[in-house]
Design a protein around this ligand. Structure first.
Ligand SMILES: Cc1ncc(COP(=O)(O)O)c(C=O)c1O
Length: 361
């Protein structure tokens, strides 16, 4: 690569991605640990066979049926009036829809902002779209103070502000007052990344409820986490129809395959039964936080399907010691912390035993 006329700022960089190490217990990429239920798998199979008959044709460029179904699911989940297809955009994972957002609203001479620590891909979308990238620190408890944020953000006036809620890797959910304050403080787009929203605790609101009244607000979601559909690559967003129209301009033609559209539609039929899995994951998370507290670990209260824990003098050594015990967690976030995704009850038992065995590094 060093010999190639690659863009200067890409020279020597490594592709993003958590280590994919083959160990018995993998708790490092916030996946749903449960295999899809049997009838879910069968319905997906039927959908694939049906669509296979038309694979000589390009897919529906607008993915209209899928957008309609996602709108119905999201309005039920967030408890808002029906969201129509024109207020939904869908792509190959929420990573792709957020790239579309920066392709349409970022770009050369424009600025994106986020609050760290947070999901590190925002910086990569910015780099890939030649958008300037700036960060502000979250408060010590990883929340965002609405007053301080609006004061400082209004001076920067970013074209796009990314707010993850629940935040990765801290699990912190955002107060909607922060979203409203930032919409007031900037003239740019505000993106609330709700990849983990289905895991939020009762009473924690979703920013979806603010979309109707805010034409500069975008809320992204994904089927990768709660739906147990990470391998299928389906992410989406809701925003005003005008925003969706802007995103339709920058997408590649036929960006979402017929296969993806068909299996996502079939999966959405099973939304209700998948709720049981989400409930189990939530309960396991709350129990793990209680266990961490009792053992004297530092954690943050999490509304997601993972928990950040520490603090370790040498977190890399701690991570490696767990890998040696067959448990893969993620080395990410503030210095001294690791992040564990919520697995099945059996996997979490193995994790706890491994942690107890290796002690503190
Ligand atoms: C905060 C956050 N947003 C978005 C994503 C991307 O999810 P996907 O592209 O699978 O929809 C992730 C993945 O881990 C994430 O942690």
């Amino acid at each position: 690569m060093t010999q190639l006329p690659i863009r200067e700022e890409l020279r020597g960089l490594h592709p993003y991605g958590a280590p994919q190490i083959d160990v018995p217990v993998r708790l490092n990429t916030n996946e749903n640990p449960f295999q899809p239920p049997r009838d879910f798998i069968e319905d997906l199979g039927t959908a694939v066979v049906d669509v296979a008959k038309t694979l000589n044709r390009y897919p529906d460029r607008e993915a209209t049926k899928l957008r309609e179904a996602l709108g119905l699911y999201l309005s039920r989940e967030a408890g808002v009036p029906t969201i129509h297809a024109d207020a939904i955009w869908v792509g190959n994972g929420s990573n792709e829809v957020m790239m579309h957002v920066l392709q349409a609203f970022g770009g050369p001479g424009r600025r994106a902002l986020t609050f760290v620590p947070t999901y590190s891909m925002y910086q990569e979308y910015a780099r890939n779209t030649f958008t300037e990238f700036v960060t502000m620190e979250r408060d010590a408890d990883f929340t965002i103070n609405a007053e301080r944020a609006s004061r400082e953000v209004s001076a920067l006036n970013p074209d796009v502000t990314f707010l993850a809620s629940p935040n990765n890797p801290t699990g912190t959910a955002l107060d909607l007052a922060v979203v409203e304050a930032l919409l007031q403080a900037t003239t740019g787009m505000v993106v609330v990344d709700e990849a983990y929203a289905e895991f939020r605790r009762p009473g924690v609101p979703s920013a979806v409820s603010l979309v109707q009244d805010n034409p500069r607000l975008i809320v992204t979601r994904t089927m990768s986490k709660a739906f147990g559909f990470a391998g299928a690559r389906v992410g989406y967003l809701t925003a005003h129809a005008g925003v969706v129209d802007a995103l339709r301009i920058v997408r590649l033609p036929y960006h979402l395959s017929s296969l993806t559209q068909a299996v996502a539609l079939a999966a959405l039929q099973h939304a209700t039964e998948l709720k049981t899995q989400v409930k189990l994951i939530r309960e396991e998370r709350d129990a793990l936080v209680t266990w961490f507290d009792a053992q004297g670990y530092e954690t943050t209260s999490s509304d997601a399907n993972f928990v950040m824990f520490g603090k370790f003098a040498d977190r890399h050594a701690q991570w490696q010691a767990l890998v040696d015990e067959g448990v893969l967690v993620r080395e990410v976030g503030p210095e001294g912390f690791l992040r564990v995704s919520i697995g099945t009850q059996a996997e979490i038992e193995v994790f706890k035993a491994a942690l107890a065995k290796v002690g503190w590094r």
